[in-house]
Write a protein that binds this ligand. Structure first.
Ligand code: FAD
Ligand code: MLT
Ligand code: ZN
Length: 436
């Protein structure tokens, strides 16, 4: 593993690796789920970690942008923006360890996409090293720049297969000074898409979060916490909603109460708990963010990061539920996620007494495909925000549009004809033998 400290060092490493036909796997915080940051077993790949490139280069409060090295930890970007009275809105459970280059590599989504978009929507400029050592230096903070291909966007979601991102200019937003956070216990059969539409509309789109959690997922998180919040855990499916505003002229609690009253009258919510203090808000968030840890403690889960159009979310839940039941009525699910974005983590809990690897292989070879088929038939995808990496390449081949894959392979060929950059992830270039 090499740990460069400057863009020039990254370029030198890439040139040397290209000359010796050694593959490179860029790495940020190594928190991604699809094996994109892990070298293969060939022994012909080196990891280039950006962890020492962790400088905040500039904050421009007027242009509302921040320029950073690609190795800066996401939380440090958020903190630096907040210190300047601004918000960097990308937020996810791994924010204390994932790094901006990795967020760009995976086009990370997370907990505020419904308002602010994914990483792609937050990227204004980029610096990156191509597979021959050429440096793309486009660290501009422009909102408008129609001067040909938007090269920076090629790197978003490319999972290290097109080059190494060394710097980024990111879009900031006004820092919310007010938040209203509520834990909604859903009535049985509550229509999620309609509830979301009501809340978005009546909150004047001040909604920043709409996170769904099935009762089982809430119970798993609660079991994993030492100081368990009393939010009626385990008894009903729930949604965590948050409004945020930078205006001092809006009373968000009043707005939230009015909106939720409508939802209660519609019969969609059984009970709503509005956070009365910062610590109550934090407790609600911790419960949501502890779900992956709760699954891990229970022997882990087979993860399915699906998304479907919002109009089909209920249909997916119905169809997938019956697929799981007819596969094995004893299987337990943990279903939660960013329903505001049509994204569900539809996870199968691994029973405590079974071999994890064997169970995972069996499910992924059978039931997972049925679930992905269902998502695909509804116009959805097998990977909403976690990427393709090495583990989901076969799914890209199975579900990806032929023309789109052909276009991806041509882009890969144009950027990296010798397949130096993260060979084995996502796609191969056209007709080339991998160096690994
Ligand atoms: P890594 O794992 O190091 O790398 C990811 C990919 O990007 C790899 O293919 C790698 O080669 C490439 N890469 C890394 N750095 C660079 C670079 N500088 N240049 C080019 N390519 C690079 N993801 C979400 O989208 N939403 C969530 O809500 C979410 N929640 C999570 C919660 C937990 C508890 C955990 C463990 C993970 C979660 N993730 C989530 C997944 C993960 O955190 C994200 O995918 C994150 O963006 C990965 O960042 P990283 O720095 O760890 O990247
Ligand atoms: C989340 O939303 O918590 C993650 O994307 C899912 C996970 O960590 O498994
Ligand atoms: Zn997620």
């Amino acid at each position: 593993m090499l740990k460069p400290t400057t863009t020039k060092q990254v370029a030198d490493i890439v040139r040397l690796a290209a000359y010796h036909e050694i593959g490179i796997v860029p790495q940020g915080g190594n928190t991604s789920y699809c094996g994109g940051a892990t070298p293969d077993a060939s022994g012909r790949q080196i990891v280039v970690s950006l962890e020492r490139m962790d400088r905040i280069r500039e904050i421009d409060p007027v242009s509302m942008s921040i320029s950073v090295d690609a190795g800066v930890i996401l939380k440090n970007v958020q903190d630096a923006a907040a210190a300047a009275g601004l918000l960097f809105p990308l937020s996810l459970g791994a924010e204390g360890s994932c790094r901006i280059g990795g967020n760009i590599g995976t086009n990370a989504g997370g907990l505020s996409v419904v308002r602010y978009g994914m990483t792609r929507d937050l990227l204004l400029g980029i610096e990156a090293v191509l597979s021959d050592g050429t440096v793309v230096s486009d660290m501009r903070k422009l909102r408008k720049n129609n001067t040909g291909y938007d090269v920076k966007q090629c790197f978003v979601g490319s999972e290290g297969t097109l080059g190494i991102v060394t710097g980024a200019v990111l879009r900031l937003a006004p820092l919310p000074t007010r938040r209203a956070t509520a834990w909604l216990k859903l009535a049985r059969g509550a229509p999620l898409a309609e509830l979301l539409a009501l809340i978005r509309r009546e909150s004047a789109d001040l909604l920043t979060t709409f996170e769904f959690m099935a009762a089982r997922s809430i119970a798993l998180a609660t079991d994993a916490m030492t100081d368990r919040p009393s939010l009626g855990a385990g008894s009903a499916d729930a949604v965590l909603v948050e409004f945020a505003s930078s205006s001092r002229h809006l009373d968000l609690d009043e707005l939230m109460e009015a909106v939720l009253t409508e939802a209660i009258e519609a019969g969609w919510i059984e009970d709503a708990l509005l956070a009365q203090s910062g610590s109550q808000r934090t407790a609600m968030w911790r419960l949501r963010e502890t779900i992956p840890e709760g699954e891990k403690r229970r022997n882990g889960s087979v993860k399915h990061d699906i998304s479907v159009p919002l109009s089909s979310i209920q249909r997916f839940l119905d169809l997938a539920g019956s697929q799981v039941r007819s596969y094995d009525a004893d299987l337990e699910l943990s279903v939660y996620g960013h329903v505001g974005d049509g994204n569900l983590h539809y996870n199968m809990l691994i029973p405590p007494d079974v071999d994890r690897l064997e169970f995972t292989r069996r499910i992924e070879g059978s039931l997972s495909l049925q679930l992905y088929d269902t998502a695909a038939s509804l116009g959805g995808t097998f990977s909403a925000e976690h990427g393709v990496g090495r583990f989901k390449k076969h799914l890209l081949e199975r579900y990806g549009d032929v023309g789109r894959i052909a276009a991806m392979r041509r882009i890969k060929t144009a950027f990296d004809p010798a397949d130096i950059m993260n060979a084995g992830a996502i796609v191969r270039p056209l007709g080339e033998k991998s160096v690994s």
